[in-house]
Design a protein around this ligand. Structure first.
Ligand code: IPE
Ligand code: IPE
Ligand code: MG
Length: 226
């Protein structure tokens, strides 16, 4: 029987190297990478996945040159504005996770607008991680539990994570050849199946997504049992 992951996370890595390999500027890779997102979202939906979390910008990515950070922020805003209508048409709910304090007012208002309009959509959940860090997420969950005067337990922490409504990722895919999580979904990824590919994000297409799905289907998840 084919097993389909309910929730997939993708660390979309390798845009910079993709551009450099062609003698182009890194921003060229980021533009190509952002063009790839729509196709993968549609394909995940068609494949029976219910929630897709995309790692777009980490809390550590601010350490990149300002020009590159600005370009990435511009692309994120453009993506959200451009696709709001299409997401609504396809019954897709958007949720952006991460800390918003450092994002521009324009980006925050594009996010708010799309999140509000799509809040009742039930066909698919698209979660985009922007200024996201797994450690920061755990810290902020714990702080909120303390503020609420509750006991700190594993279940309380889970319930206070940004992704609580969408469940834990069954499968985490990382493109671009690095074998690490880079602060992505650290708590909720405790029992995620991991899939690493050398394919750089702008080249990651439907066929590559299907390979990850096929691999997932062969995995035996034990969750500590035998
Ligand atoms: C992923 O591609 C996009 C972000 C991290 C924002 P990179 O920009 O990290 O590309 P490489 O890893 O340098 O090739
Ligand atoms: C992880 O990629 C973050 C995103 C894909 C958004 P990085 O390129 O920032 O990760 P490191 O620096 O190689 O660990
Ligand atoms: Mg990278």
């Amino acid at each position: 029987m084919v097993k389909i992951p309910n929730h997939v996370g993708i660390i979309m890595d390798g845009n910079g190297r993709w551009a450099t390999l062609q003698g182009k500027k890194r921003s060229f890779g980021h533009r190509a990478g952002s063009k790839n997102v729509d196709m993968i979202v549609s394909h995940a939906f068609k494949s029976g996945v219910k929630s897709l979390t995309l790692y777009a910008f980490s809390s550590e990515n601010w350490a990149r040159p300002k020009e590159e950070v600005d370009e990435l922020m511009k692309l994120l805003k453009a993506y959200i504005i451009k696709f709001t209508k299409k997401l609504l048409k396809n019954n897709v709910r958007l949720k952006v996770i991460g800390e918003r304090d450092k994002l521009s007012d324009e980006l925050v208002s594009a996010i708010d607008d799309c999140e509000k309009k799509s809040s009742d959509c039930t066909g698919f959940n698209l979660i985009i991680a922007i200024n996201y860090g797994g450690r920061q997420e755990i810290c902020s969950a714990v702080k909120r539990i303390i503020d609420e005067g509750k006991e700190i337990t594993v279940d309380e922490i889970s319930a206070h994570l940004y992704t609580a409504p969408f469940g834990e990722p069954d499968l985490i895919i990382r493109t671009g050849g690095e074998l690490r999580l880079s602060n992505f979904l650290l708590y909720q990824g405790a029992y995620s199946e991991l899939y690493f590919t050398d394919v750089l994000w702008p080249d990651f297409n439907e066929t590559e997504f299907d390979k990850a799905m096929a691999e997932f289907s062969t995995r035996k998840r034990r969750f500590g049992k035998i």
